[in-house]
Design a binder for this molecule. Sequence first.
Ligand code: SF4
Length: 345
Amino acid sequence: MDFDKILKEALKREISPKEALFLFRKTQNWERLLQLFKTACRVRDDEIGRECKLMGFICCITPCNTDPPCKYCFRWANERLFSEEAVLSDDELEIAVKTLEERGLKRVELGGGTLWGEEGRQRTLRAVKVACKSSRLEIWINNGPSYRVEDLPQMKKLGVTGIACNLETINEAVFSKMRPGDNFQLRKAIIEASERLGLQIDNTLMIGLGQQAGQPHPYEDWVNFFYYFKQFKNLRIIEIHPFRPITNSPVQDWPAGSEFESEKARAIARLIFRNIDISGGNYLTGLLAGGNLIMHCLPITKKFRAWREHRGHVRLVDLSPNLALVDNLQLITRTAREMGMEIEQ
Ligand code: SF4
């Protein structure tokens, strides 16, 4: 196989699994990374245009009772983050979705921990009802398997657009090691049922998850992850981000995921999926790698866990005594605007 030839072909057609694996293996210096980026940007611009989409964020709709907590969860750093205290009331959720709609967003992800059992189902459906009836936003649900496969038809009927039941790896052994309190097969069943029901699919690949220092990158796993999702015609969003070793977690001393490999993965995903939305639109390398989606826009949470992932100053806007919005839109769209991209209106 020839590196230059594959990139030339990739301008016209989807690459194959073998070609994807070849690109992972053979992109090992900045010259090739830039070639890969250039091709990914061309494909993005040709397939979907120079526009960045925006995804709002509201968290939490459910607390997490996963036991033990996933090894890389923020709960190890701060147990309040996915506790009952972090969950929005119905009134707060209504305020939150209305606020995002008024500010011009078109879609929002409702995040939360995984609340196993009957209570998780009831509370997820209730949050869906409140969010769907209070706005015309696209509603995306991301609270793990807090609900069952059997609940998906009802969620669709209530108006849910899409489901993010993140696998983060396609390797079940890695998943079980890192998320011993979770259920890989159940997550897959939810994704596959979403496809059958016509719900749209969003999923995340975490680069470096379960990888110890000195281990080779699991390129086959990453390619298998992409081609598992490639089978779904309702796949609409792929998110890619590097593993973060959370302070006080059992994996706090493990190496962080590689930025270089994460951006390679993003660019290769663009050559495979072509016209879907790919995260990374909020920063330079993500855009250069073919990203077009800005996640976590105008995040709304309880005040004590206001979302502060971005560099630079952001204004905190009070929405109710305990609820706050982080006004980050100018900040996180700035690079895309400076690169000549339109921001979705
Ligand atoms: S399901 Fe999510 S919130 Fe719960 S322990 Fe795992 S990563 Fe943390």
